[in-house]
Design a protein around this ligand. Structure first.
Ligand code: PLP
Length: 392
């Protein structure tokens, strides 16, 4: 069985939804205004509008837009005033950007094993952990550790997900980061955002992201006597306009995912060698995550879906202990920075050398959902998934 052509084309990984010329009012506004640089104007810039919208929607006090989610992580880390070589505990299963952000700030990642749900196992954290990045992967809501001075939530894959008490992910600790890369809940191709409830942290981030300056919008930057260096991570008005347009559709996206999730889970074949990984009510339902009895079955399911043109992915690529960027401790710096500052001994916390995690990843498969499809097309797509998996 194959999907009809139109449904097949649109049955894509989530991302790039709702992009339509009839709906780009913010982008037209920016072009009409003829200002592409956010600090060119004293009025509320499009970037500021995005930050205000995001902060309100997420229930955060402050937001700051940057170019991508990796920069957002770097900015959070730098704003904690670390020393070179300080340790940062990160999940052993996440996108390599998390490790890259840590290392590029001169800090050393410690890989913390994950629990059954593939989220950082907070029980493995040492009591004196100061900097922890947890990642809410695939629209899930990871448990967050208490009493960590600098808890950074990487919400790149989980914009709009909620904790059981209703708070949005990204607001539980020191700061939260988001990405608007092509393959995320909302997209502007590239884009990133930080939220924080801490006004001093926000001020440090804002300063660093604009050359260490204390710029007043509408004017050239100024530097205080005690200024430190910074970089240029300032977003641009055109990108912010697309992000504002996307944000208008966030609730629709989440509702469309929710609807298709129910349809797809309902139609999964009832077989003893296949189980659906549970999702909580507050998850952003970006995919159906399933677990097979063996790697062979999982791989057969990948082949069956792929042969029918149905998007799917596995999570093995996220196993950081085996990632080439980490295994060799190589560096673009001639002196090996910052690995040259790493303590001796392994930089991993796992009871079994990640054996259980490796096995879980080998048997896990995700099928992304398409929020913008009308319900009949979602049903067709869900049936196509069902039929493909029945042949395994
Ligand atoms: C995409 C992603 C990032 C990086 O975001 P970019 O905007 O691509 O830099 C970081 N962490 C996770 C978990 C991601 O999925």
């Amino acid at each position: 069985m194959t999907l009809d052509k139109r449904a097949g084309q649109r049955f894509l990984p989530y991302g790039a939804n709702y992009l339509d010329w009839s709906d780009m009012a913010e982008l037209r506004e920016v072009i009409d205004h003829r200002v592409l640089f956010r600090y060119q104007t004293e009025q509320e810039s499009m970037a500021s509008r995005l930050e205000r919208t995001a902060a309100e929607r997420l229930g955060a006090r402050h937001a700051l837009a940057v170019h991508n989610g990796t920069e957002a992580l770097r900015l959070c880390l730098i704003s904690t005033r670390p020393s070179v070589g300080d340790l940062v505990h990160i999940p052993a299963v996440t996108f390599v950007a998390v490790a890259g952000a840590v290392l590029s700030c001169g800090l050393i990642p410690v890989l913390v094993d994950v629990d059954e749900s593939l989220a950082l196992d907070t029980g493995l954290l040492p009591p004196d952990a100061r900097r922890v990045i947890t990642a809410h992967m695939e629209g899930t809501v990871a448990p967050v550790p208490a009493h960590v001075p600098y808890l950074i939530e990487d919400c790149a894959q989980s914009l709009g997900a909620r904790f059981p008490d209703g708070r949005q992910v990204g607001t539980a600790g020191y700061a939260g980061t988001f990405s608007f890369h092509h393959n995320k809940v909302l997209t502007s191709g590239e884009g990133g955002l930080v939220v924080t409830g801490d006004p001093a942290a926000w001020a440090r981030m804002r300063c660093y992201h604009d050359h260490g300056s204390a710029r007043v919008p509408g004017s050239y930057p100024t530097w205080n006597e005690d200024a430190h260096f910074g970089e240029n991570l300032v977003t641009s008005e055109g990108v912010a306009a697309v992000q504002c347009q996307q944000f208008r559709h966030l609730d629709e996206v989440l509702a469309g995912l929710e609807r298709m999730y129910a349809l797809a889970v309902d139609r999964l074949p009832d077989r003893p060698d296949l189980s659906v990984l549970p999702r909580s009510a507050g998850d952003a339902k970006v995919s159906v995550r399933m677990r097979w009895e063996s790697r062979e079955l999982r791989d057969a399911a990948v082949a069956a879906l792929t042969a029918r043109g149905i998007a799917n992915w596995t999570l093995n690529k996220y196993l950081l202990p085996e990632h080439p960027v980490l295994t060799g401790r190589r560096s673009p710096y001639a002196d090996g920075f910052p690995w040259s500052h790493a303590p001796a001994g392994p930089l991993a916390l796992s009871a079994d050398g990640f054996a259980r995690t490796r096995d879980l990843l080998d048997r896990t498969l995700c099928v992304p959902l398409s929020p913008e499809l009308p319900e009949p097309a979602q049903i067709e797509a869900a049936k196509a998934v069902q039929q493909a998996l029945e042949t395994v």
